[in-house]
Design a protein around this ligand. Structure first.
Ligand code: UD1
Length: 357
């Protein structure tokens, strides 16, 4: 059978890697890269890091407003999908590439499989929440990472084609961790000792496109005095420059370019705590046993908060500072992300769906 995997943004390359390996054992996979992320550190490096085959189609869409970016993707994806006529289109996560992939496939009558279905932050001001809801409602196969995601779908009346397969990022995390133990030099490169620093990422529209929020986050870090490694997403760098903050950042921030997944995982694993507005990092921090302070008002990964290892502080300076000084997770660290092998379970479901089992 012919399957078309559609990716474009950084976290999608991470999720694609273990699934693609499994798909290619018995299907023909066409890989389409929308080009949403185009900087070397944001995209190309992931192909070599995860040994993902080169894409069959690179659409080179790049940045733009949501409508521009999604619209251009729709036009180009329709051409490729009409020509290739895959039996199934696979989309990942919640970015504009996910939405465009799902919309263009559904208009052509191509069934869709959604990897990481059913996640909800219940915050419709996030572009990602809109992308998730629309994609889920267009998909024939909905791969949920956990039971809560299945319940979210059921509450919206989506029950057919839904399966709880576990978390695909577990597989990527484990291989990056193994590689990091052997090969990562990042602690030496940044002159860091284990557990003497905290690790931060910040790129969500709600934090970067709002000057007050970005200032509040950076000034909380400055006031905490904690050594803080901060790989800066290009979007965030653009705003730091435009707000005139780039040349006056606190001295305890260690700024780097976006890093490989291996180096990121190694920095997280050896940090005292993580501060982030990313979805994936909240999860990775938990699995690596590192407390997480989430720079958002809500999260899709509510289980990490429920078990006490993640705290939501938004962009509130006082809350961020208090969490840095006082937040201590409990001794219990239950397994909330299930067993490995989500990729194998997804391909079994795909086989059943396509009648190729
Ligand atoms: C996107 C996803 C977000 C995900 C993130 C992962 C959407 C709506 N959001 O956000 O859910 O967490 O990817 O990283 O799809 N830019 C560059 N070079 C790049 C990529 C981006 O310079 O390679 C800059 C551009 O100025 C661009 C801005 O970053 O305008 C935003 O990029 P975009 O792809 O629209 O969204 P992200 O913030 O990366």
């Amino acid at each position: 059978m012919k399957l078309a995997s559609i990716v474009g943004a950084r976290p999608q390359f991470i999720k694609l890697a273990p699934l693609s390996k499994e798909i290619r054992k018995r299907h023909h996979e066409i890989l389409i890269d929308t080009g949403q992320h185009y900087d070397e550190e944001m995209a190309s490096n992931f192909y070599s890091e995860f040994q993902i085959p080169k894409p069959d189609y690179s659409l080179g869409i790049g940045s733009g407003t949501h409508a521009e970016q999604t619209g251009k993707m729709l036009i180009e994806l329709e051409k490729v999908l009409s020509q290739e006529k895959p039996d199934l289109a696979i989309v990942f996560g919640d970015t504009n590439s996910t939405l465009a992939g799902a919309l263009s496939a559904s208009k052509l009558g191509i069934p869709i499989a959604h990897v990481e279905a059913g996640l909800r932050s219940f915050d419709r001001s996030m572009p990602e929440e809109i992308n998730r809801i629309v994609t889920d409602h267009l998909s024939s196969l909905l791969f949920c990472p956990n039971e809560l995601a299945r319940q979210n779908l059921a509450a919206e009346g989506v029950t057919e084609g839904v399966s709880v397969v576990g978390d695909i990022m577990l597989d990527a995390l484990n291989s990056s961790l193994e590689a990091a133990k052997k090969h990562s030099k990042i602690l030496d490169t940044l002159f860091l000792q284990k557990k003497e620093y905290q690790f931060m990422t910040c790129h969500r529209a709600s934090n970067t496109d709002n000057e007050q929020n970005l200032r509040s986050i950076i000034s909380a870090i400055g006031e905490s005095g904690e050594k803080t490694v901060f790989p800066v997403h290009p979007r965030t760098m653009k705003y730091l420059e435009s707000y005139g903050m780039k040349d006056n950042l606190p001295k305890n921030l260690i700024i780097t370019k976006p890093l490989s997944h291996m180096d990121t995982i190694w920095l997280v694993a050896n940090s005292r705590r993580v501060l982030t507005d990313s979805g994936g990092l909240q999860k990775e921090a938990y699995i690596l046993g590192v407390p997480c302070i989430t720079l958002r008002e809500n999260t899709e990964w509510t289980d990490t908060v429920r078990v006490g290892w993640n705290i939501l502080v938004g962009a509130n300076k006082e809350k961020i500072l208090r969490a840095i000084r006082e937040f201590v997770p409990p001794a219990e660290h239950p397994d909330i992300f299930g067993p490995r092998g989500a990729n194998v379970r997804m391909v079994s479901e795909i086989d059943r769906f396509l009648g190729s089992a």
